[in-house]
Design a protein around this ligand. Structure first.
Ligand code: FES
Length: 157
């Protein structure tokens, strides 16, 4: 488990990467929606008291982590953490905002192409970043369900 300082370093590094992307040539190939999301990402960071957490590893070697809190079958909080590219940060930010207040069964139905549409497109070589976010979210929801079924979580109302 990483301590707060190393997590802060990771977050600083992430913010620095975002700034570099914004100032670089990459800014020309992303939609305005993607740029807005990765310039000021929402819900970023690991959640210590999550009901469920999930990870997805990309072939690109990047990783996405998702964390959820669920009450009465509704996602009340969702956060993400990634060591991936700017598109992945945009995907994590947009997806966590979208699924908040959604029923878990509806969140499970969100597809990578839905997320790409919400972001008004991604460059073809970054469409897999959306899949990474969706897989991590589904894994977090499955983990939450498994923990609840095993009695590891109290029923929260
Ligand atoms: Fe690896 Fe975006 S997640 S390039």
């Amino acid at each position: 488990m990483k301590d707060d300082n190393s997590m802060k370093d990771e977050l600083d590094e992430l913010a620095e990467n975002v700034t570099l992307i914004m100032e670089g040539e990459d800014a020309k190939i992303y939609s305005e929606e993607v740029i807005v999301e990765f310039r000021d990402p929402s819900n970023i960071g690991r959640m210590a008291d999550a009901d469920g957490q999930g990870v997805a590893d990309g072939l690109c070697k990047d990783t996405m982590e998702m964390y959820v809190k669920v009450r009465d079958g509704v996602i009340t909080e969702c956060t993400f953490f990634t060591d991936g590219c700017g598109a992945t940060i945009a995907c994590g930010s947009r997806l966590t905002r979208f699924v908040k207040e959604l029923r878990t069964e509806d969140a499970m139905q969100v597809r990578p192409q839905d997320l790409v549409s919400m972001l008004n497109g991604l460059p073809p070589d970054h469409e897999h970043c959306a899949a990474l976010a969706i897989i991590a979210l589904r894994n977090a929801l499955r983990n939450c369900e498994a923990r609840r079924s095993a009695g590891a979580l109290e029923v929260r109302r």
